[in-house]
Design a protein around this ligand. Sequence first.
Ligand SMILES: NC(=O)c1ccc[n+]([C@@H]2O[C@H](COP(=O)([O-])OP(=O)(O)OC[C@H]3O[C@@H](n4cnc5c(N)ncnc54)[C@H](O)[C@@H]3O)[C@@H](O)[C@H]2O)c1
Length: 263
Amino acid sequence: MTDSRICRRFVEKSIVVTGAASGIGLATSVRLAQEGANLVLVDLNEKGLAAAKQRIELKKKEITTVAGSVSDPSVIEEAVYAATTWSGKIDGIVNNAGIVGDLQPFCSSTDQDYEQLLEVNLKGVLLGMRTALGPMISQGSGAIVNTASIAATRNIPLFNLYGMTKGAVMSLTRSVACEVGNKGIRVNCVSPGVIETAIADDLARRLGKEEAAKRHEITLRHIPLRRRGQPDEVASAIAFLLSDDAAYITGIELPVEGGYLSQ
Ligand SMILES: NC(=O)c1ccc[n+]([C@@H]2O[C@H](COP(=O)([O-])OP(=O)(O)OC[C@H]3O[C@@H](n4cnc5c(N)ncnc54)[C@H](O)[C@@H]3O)[C@@H](O)[C@H]2O)c1
């Protein structure tokens, strides 16, 4: 996005972003830094984190990185604590890290597939919310955005367990939003459609060139805008929900899917 379209909604704000080394998390981190935020970036991918930090520091913002899994409570505690060290408070957290796992028919799935998806996609979000809510409740403010998926509300072949975890993220978003609204805290999620990131590339690799091209063609027929989304288009929606522009919005799932769900 060109700098002329960027506002400065997060000056002096401290925000944690998980899954920040790549795709939607990286685009969100860049966007928030452009708008003035100080950031704590969390990811399993240490090299990717270092590259993200270097890229964002060009915008002269305060950046801290925490390498590790979002399903490890000590990693999340370290990230939330780091965010509070700049100004004594944490203004936001984006619980975005996620995996697709091994896509296969439900009857062939294993306990290991299920546990791995739950660990990252659900426990990671749960820990992020619960840990950030401690200081947010004390300070009486804060905004949380979780990354769900249209796979929670629309049947996408083989996305059975993945869709289940994202459905749980939506449900938790709504219930926590209702619990903490009276404490000055908003909780929302974005629900991306088909976005061009490493997840999409990895899927295409696993399906093979021919099958991937066939699926791509079919998918585009379901998308009124007739193209896949870009990570920075999801980042815009996340930044909106985190910002005061969304001051009266809580407990929602904001689809960012080129109209996929309307078809
Ligand atoms: N790309 C899409 O089409 C799409 C659609 C709907 C939802 N989503 C969701 O968007 C989010 C971001 O995905 P993306 O498309 O940007 O993919 P991505 O693979 O580009 O980014 C995901 C990031 O999360 C990190 N990560 C994975 N497991 C982690 C863990 N346990 N702890 C910490 N970091 C971890 C990865 O290292 C990676 O940097 C995910 O929650 C995904 O489910 C993506």
